[in-house]
Each structure stands twice: as structure tokens, then as C-alpha cells.
Design a protein. Structure first.
Ligand code: CUA
Length: 319
């Protein structure tokens, strides 16, 4: 699954909204570059042409006002701003007015301090920090529409190669959409300061070929694996406060405060991208959650070393 992780780059869009924004950005950059060249050119010309020469110490002619020049420097900026206004409005409208096609994927993304809850209401899937979507081909478009919410403070969803930024605001539904045209893993992050671990609120979007996406959906829809060989860890997990915050589908654990753990091991990272999701990192996280990501809301459960081993052994079976 770790095939190709693509770094963020706003100049290399692979999704329709990001492409539209890049085209607008280039237009604005070129217009501004043109203005810059004209202004600096006139400035340099004036400095050289009208510099003080030794010979003439006379006061230059004093000119007060020129209707033509004042009209020129009023009308030209007005026209420029008007053009920028029109093209910006056109792009915003094109990005915001997109209508979901019948086979569009609908996802609700909920911002938490400091992780992403990712729900697929129509598919009955809940996961965290990894948004899985199908690739969208021109012949067979399958865009993904996101509903953005927050349970605490304002966050911002930003995957530069897929779309612009959009805030997640408490008590408000925001919307955005992506239409990735190339399978791969695209990195994003929270783009609005949301507390001490804002920088560790990372996000990855995994774009699957159509069949791979169907397989991922089918696997995530399964209840959590029940492995009798880790029954002790399972029972310990169910008997501690873990279940108040975490859900493991098919067991009594149904907390919603923290990430859903039903398919924990299908995810690549822990703590929203803080470390890779490996056995030793999971143990380190469980031993003291405040060590790897200080300030996060998971408390130290004060487990004995034996309890820790049993619970970790249980969690690593949750594929
Ligand atoms: Cu969430 Cu910054």
C-alpha cells in the first residue's frame, strides 16, 4: 500500500478543483509579474534619466496635476482589479457549484484535537487520518464529496494536490470535493492553528484504482477480527476505560471520543502521522501516550507491563 507517497505540491495538481485553482494562480501571478516589470522599469528609467547631474543645479520644472496621467493610473488598476475579480469569481463558482454525480462517494470528515475522523455514512465505515477514495477517470468520473465538521476548534483540511483549503468549523457543515485522476498516496495536513499538536495533525489520501477501492470498502465493512489467541488482551481492553473513547466494531467497545480501532492495523500511521503504525511504536504509544504526542487527549492508562503486552497483542490483530 505504501507504493508511492507523493509530497505536497500546489504546482502539480491531479484533481479538478486543484487544477482550476492553479490555473487562476498562474493568471494572477503573470498579471502581477507584468505590473511589477512595468513599475520597476519606469522607476529605474526615471532614476537614471532624471538623476542630478553636476552641471545643472537649477530647480526642475514644477508640474501640478495632469488629467491624462491621473486618469491612466486610476482606470488601468481598476480594469486590472475588475479582470481579477471576474476570473476569481468564475473559478470559485466552478469549484463550489459542482453537483455530485450519482456514483459519487460521500465522506464526512470531522476534525478533532488532533486527528481526523473519517466516516462513510452510506457505506457504514468509520476510520481515522486516512481518506480512501476511488480514482476518477474522465470516461468514468467518480468524484468524492466531503462534508467537513469539527467537534472542538477550527481546523482546516488541506491536501495541496487535490483541492484548496477548507475550514472545519464547530456547529457548521462545510463542503468540498476532490476528483483525483491518478492512484497514489497524497499527503495533507491541518492548515489552521488548532492547539499545541496542530503540526502533528497529518492526513493522507489514498487514491485507489476502482477495484482496489471496492476491496478496501469490503474489508473495512467487516466487523473487527476476533482472534481467540489474544482473548486475554481482548478482555483487558474491554475491562479498562479504553472502551469509553474507542470503538471496536462487533464488541461492546463503542466510544466515539477517540479513533475507531476496528481496523487499526490497516492504517499506516499512529497519532495522525506522528509515527509509523508498527508493533514497537504501538507499544510505546500505549505505554505513555503523552511521550510521542505531548498534549494529546489520550490519558496514560497506568497499565502494568503484562497488561500492556496483552492489550498490544490484541490490538495488532485488528487488521
Ligand atoms: Cu487541526 Cu490545526
Amino acid at each position: 500500500m505504501q507504493s508511492s507517497v507523493h509530497l505536497s505540491n500546489i504546482f502539480d495538481p491531479i484533481s479538478t478543483p486543484a487544477q482550476a485553482i492553479l490555473e487562476l494562480s498562474w493568471l494572477v501571478l503573470w498579471i502581477c509579474a507584468g505590473i511589477f516589470v512595468v513599475v520597476v522599469g519606469l522607476l529605474v528609467y526615471t532614476i537614471i534619466r532624471f538623476r542630478r547631474r553636476h552641471a545643472d543645479d537649477d530647480e526642475p520644472p514644477q508640474v501640478y496635476g495632469s488629467t491624462q496621467i491621473e486618469l491612466a493610473w486610476t482606470v488601468m488598476p481598476l480594469l486590472t482589479v475588475f479582470v481579477l475579480f471576474l476570473v476569481t469569481t468564475r473559478t470559485i463558482k466552478a469549484v463550489q457549484d459542482a453537483v455530485p454525480s450519482p456514483d459519487a462517494v460521500h465522506v464526512t470528515v470531522v476534525g478533532h484535537q488532533w486527528w481526523w475522523e473519517i466516516r462513510y455514512p452510506a457505506l457504514g465505515i468509520v476510520t481515522a487520518n486516512e481518506l480512501h477514495v476511488p480514482v476518477s477517470h474522465q470516461e468514468q468520473p467518480q468524484p468524492t464529496f466531503l462534508q467537513l465538521q469539527s467537534v472542538d476548534v477550527v481546523h482546516s483540511f488541506w491536501v495541496p494536490r487535490l483541492a484548496g483549503k477548507m475550514d472545519l468549523i464547530p456547529n457548521r457543515d462545510n463542503h468540498m470535493w476532490i476528483e483525483p485522476r491518478k492512484p497514489g498516496i497524497y499527503l495533507g495536513q491541518c492548515a489552521e492553528y488548532c492547539g499545541t499538536q496542530h503540526a502533528n495533525m497529518l492526513l493522507r489520501v489514498i487514491v485507489h484504482a476502482h477495484d482496489d477501492f471496492e476491496r478496501w470498502v469490503a474489508a473495512q465493512q467487516q466487523p473487527a477480527v476476533h482472534d481467540p489467541s489474544v482473548q486475554v488482551g481482548h478482555d483487558l481492553f474491554q475491562a479498562t476505560a479504553c472502551v469509553n473513547c474507542h470503538t471496536v466494531r462487533g464488541t461492546p467497545a463503542n466510544g466515539t471520543f477517540g479513533p475507531d480501532l476496528s481496523h487499526l492495523m490497516s492504517r499506516a500511521t499512529l497519532g495522525a502521522g506522528v509515527v509509523d503504525n508498527t508493533h514497537p511504536n504501538l507499544r510505546a504509544w500505549m505505554r505513555n501516550p503523552q511521550h510521542l504526542k505531548p498534549g494529546n487527549l489520550m490519558p496514560d492508562m497506568q497499565l502494568t507491563p503484562q497488561e500492556l503486552e496483552h492489550i498490544v497483542a490484541y490490538l495488532v490483530t485488528l487488521h
